[in-house]
Ligand binder design. Structure first.
Ligand code: GLV
Length: 334
């Protein structure tokens, strides 16, 4: 009988998902859900054929070179900017992510964050809790209109399209979007969405929602110059990745009321948050939880586990991990 492969589960995860992995592998888990420093992650990877990661673990060429036995990195996130995909592919390491299962949940949250920023929901709650609500006033916490205004989407992948659908069908919003590639005209028509250049998107959107993956090319895609092009009454919502927006420039624009408000679920250097953002009333801040419904997080964890099980040649999908990013490496593995 062949020896069971050893795998590392780098963060805490649902017990039932861990149990599924235990059925196939010798599993080292992270019982107290610590964020291991790079050296500890590397030490724990010794002898492991696969690793279940989250966005918190960095998998780079140096780590891969220290662990030539590693065959699969299965990320419980749709974004995978924490993983050097090219370095993995070059070394024959399978990488997977968790697309689709989180699309609608993440779009719900992006829309909620945009609405909270526009309608000053957390600001209103802080005002109430602080005992400042002593009378009705004609303009008390009056915010920006949402329904019928122009929704701008930067990055029109699966989640961007789900946000556009919410805006167009639920809130009567004309949708403009900017993306490297244009959608099929039939999908544009379905979403009521029109492709525009980045400058027009910035200039015309009443509510801009950012959903582009992070890469060196999208680093600070929105900085001071871009914010200066936006409407003074506009809102900006970032549910993509910290680093796509220059947080210092955004804080300055919010302080100067260059734009009305922002909703941020992701931050440069998170879990640290730019201190200026913490002092501003016109930004809604959440701790990277856009995909965090219980059902969706469970689906993401199960999908990451499905990938790990299949990538290491076990289970009903052995050799065919369902959402592999570089499936070509499997053909080359012994
Ligand atoms: C969350 O940010 C994800 O990429 O799934």
């Amino acid at each position: 009988m062949s020896r069971r492969a050893a795998v590392l589960v780098a963060r805490g995860v649902f017990p039932e998902v861990l149990e599924r992995l235990v059925q196939h592998f010798d599993v080292e888990a992270n019982a107290d859900d610590s964020v291991w420093p790079a050296a500890e992650l590397s030490a724990r990877l010794l002898g492991k054929a696969g690793v279940f990661t989250t966005g918190s673990e960095r998998i780079d060429a140096e780590l891969l070179d220290a662990h030539p036995q590693l065959r699969a990195v299965c990320n419980m996130a749709v974004g995978y900017n924490n993983i050097d995909l090219d370095a993995c592919t070059a070394r024959g390491v399978l990488v997977s992510n968790t697309p689709d299962v989180l699309t609608e949940t993440t779009a719900d949250f992006g829309f909620a964050l945009m609405m909270a920023a526009a309608r000053r929901i957390t600001e209103g709650e802080h005002f109430l809790r602080a005992g400042q609500w002593t009378k009705w006033s004609f303009d008390m916490l009056a915010g920006a209109e949402v329904h019928g205004t122009r929704l701008g989407v930067l990055g029109m992948g699966r989640i961007g399209q789900a946000i556009a659908r919410r805006g167009a069908l639920g809130f009567g919003m004309p949708v403009i979007y900017h993306n490297r590639s244009r959608l099929d005209p039939a999908i544009e028509q379905q979403l009521g969405a029109r492709w525009v250049g980045k400058a027009e998107l910035l200039r015309e959107a009443d509510h801009l929602v950012i959903v582009v993956p992070y890469s060196p090319q999208s680093h600070h895609l929105i900085g001071a110059a871009e914010l200066a092009q936006m409407k003074p009454g506009a809102t900006l919502t970032n549910i993509a990745r910290g680093g796509v927006v220059d947080d210092a420039a955004l804080a300055q624009a919010l302080r100067d009321r260059r734009i009305a408000a922002a909703g941020l679920d992701v931050f440069e250097g998170e879990p640290s948050v730019h201190p200026d953002l913490l002092t501003l009333p016109n930004v809604v801040l959440t701790p990277h939880i856009a995909s965090a419904s219980i059902a969706t997080r469970l689906a993401m964890a199960n999908l990451a586990a499905d990938n790990l099980i299949a990538a290491l040649g076990c289970g009903p999908q052995a050799g065919r991990p369902p959402t592999a990013l570089n499936p070509q490496v499997l053909a080359a593995q012994p």
